[in-house]
Design a protein around this ligand. Structure first.
Ligand code: BG6
Length: 482
């Protein structure tokens, strides 16, 4: 970093800040990536002094980065931190904040790590104090609204005070090294591109499975659900990276223009596809890693009769020349059998077989987490008499090649904001297109009072999700061989 900065984190004592943001900034410190005189200012309602606040952050670093914690480095990092008690509705306090920021020339970044209901008050305060100068940047944490209407309202408020080029809408999935590796795999090789289309691909599956439940976020989650929490943002971003056309460069808008084209090409929902192509689930009690876990409806902060979904599986289609007719199956859920994020490309079967027995079509499985590898299932001759073929796999494990530390997603994205690189952030038009595509699903569930189907915690979700793929003559990756 060759530019000094003031990073103001609103919601600076919140869960996300303590769990993710300070640890990410601390990691950036370990690599010497923060400018020596950069400052981090936490603004929140609690009455704390700097020492009390630093103690809180120090505790969080020890808890969330136990292996990386180093006393000397932590002391250096904590010295950057100050605390600013703030009542978001009190404009006089923003003027006071301005005075402390004005002391020197630096890049100012405002990070809104708060619920969107507080955005108008904070942005109003920044505006009233004249803090929204063209040199500042503003980072918006999801959820950016609950639906198309509220997301547009938020955008209107934001874009009245800041130009689009100053706005960084964060989606931490785009900051994951493994997700960016998808770009490298697709556009750094010639091998895949000729096959990456409707001629050779039978279907694509994108899964983000989690084993965690809703933890301490019951109340928030019950108002959100898996579709808004994961599909509208993380999953659609993954889909874009898998399906986009090659951008002409890594220029921020070259990449974002291509992503936008994918979202805009998503086939709109119809009455039939709303009925047939989406499965809504909610976990019941079950067993995970030998421990019994409660049903969603018994979690703290969740009403007993909640009809919020903790699982979604859907079939989407991209209406363009590359992908027309290829089903894209997306699914995500809490309390599933394994923690795993993966992209599976199922290729078409060979058009004609000269071998006895069945030929399994090729399949490429790109695992994004917890491991990072690519496995290509191919057919090979089984040893012995005759020409029998059997499925084998080629494995590419990235940890065999890269010894460097993987940057944390928030670390990378925070550094990108400080450096002014918006490539991995959602532009307004893309976020809007995503909301436009998801809105009919939200409306359908609400108007028809569609209750989620129960699935046992520790499984891969409701059986209806298997029917979704079976209807198209395919199956979820874990249901197929090996
Ligand atoms: C967040 C969601 O955006 O992503 C959480 O709000 C979810 O519900 C999390 O658990 C998953 O992120 P990761 O990086 O752990 O896969």
């Amino acid at each position: 970093m060759n530019e000094t900065f003031d990073l103001v984190i609103f919601g600076g004592t919140g869960d996300l800040a303590l769990r993710k943001l300070y640890p990410a900034l601390y990691l950036a410190e370990t690599d010497g990536n923060l400018h020596a005189s950069g400052r981090i200012i936490a603004a929140a309602r609690q009455q704390l002094d700097d020492a009390q606040f630093r103690a809180k952050v120090s505790e969080a670093l020890k808890r969330f980065l136990p292996e990386k914690y180093d006393e000397a480095l932590a002391t250096k990092f904590l010295a950057r931190l100050t605390y600013f008690p703030l009542d978001v509705n009190n404009h006089a306090q923003y003027a006071q904040m301005k005075r402390s920021l004005d002391e020197r020339v630096s890049r100012t970044v405002f990070y809104l790590s708060v619920g969107p209901s507080l955005f108008p008050a904070i942005i109003g305060g920044l505006q009233a104090a004249g803090l929204n100068t063209p040199e500042t940047r503003i980072v918006l944490e999801k959820p950016l609204g609950r639906d198309l209407k509220s997301s547009r309202e938020i955008n209107e408020v934001v874009l009245k005070a800041f130009a689009e080029s100053q706005v960084y809408r964060i989606d931490h999935y785009l900051g994951k090294e493994t997700v960016q590796n998808l770009l490298a795999l697709r556009f750094g090789n010639t091998l895949l591109e000729p096959l990456w289309n409707r001629t050779w691909v039978r279907d694509v599956q994108i899964t983000i499975a989690e084993t965690v439940g809703v933890e301490t976020r019951g109340e928030f989650y019950d108002n959100t659900g898996a579709f808004r929490d994961m599909v509208q943002n993380h999953m659609l971003n993954l889909l874009c990276i898998v399906a986009m056309e090659p951008p002409s460069s890594l220029d921020p808008d070259a990449v974002r223009d291509e992503k936008l084209q994918v979202v805009r090409s998503l086939k709109p929902w119809t009455a039939e596809s709303l009925r047939e192509h989406i499965v809504r689930g909610q976990y019941r009690g079950g067993t995970l890693a030998g421990q019994s876990v409660p049903a969603y409806a018994s979690e703290e902060g969740v009403p007993k009769d909640s009809i919020t979904e903790t699982y979604v599986a859907l079939r989407a289609e991209i209406a363009n020349w590359r992908w027309a007719g290829v089903p894209f199956f997306l699914r995500t859920g809490k309390r599933m059998a394994e923690r795993r994020a993966e992209v599976v490309i199922n290729f078409k079967a060979p058009p004609h077989s000269i071998f006895p027995g069945a030929l399994n079509p090729n399949r490429m499985v790109i695992t994004l987490q917890p491991d990072e590898n690519v496995r290509l299932y191919t057919m090979a001759k089984a040893p012995g008499d005759g020409m029998r073929v059997r499925e084998v796999h080629l494995d590419l494990d990235f940890k065999d090649f890269f010894r460097e530390r993987r940057q944390d997603a928030y670390e990378r994205l925070l550094l990108d904001v400080l450096r002014g690189n918006p490539t991995l952030f959602m532009r307004n038009d893309e976020a809007d297109a995503a909301w436009r595509w998801v809105q009919p699903v939200l409306d359908h569930w609400q108007h028809e009072a569609i209750a989620p189907i129960g699935y046992t915690a520790g499984t891969w979700g409701p059986p209806a999700a298997s029917r979704l793929t079976a209807k198209e003559g395919t199956a979820w990756h874990e249901e197929t061989s090996v």
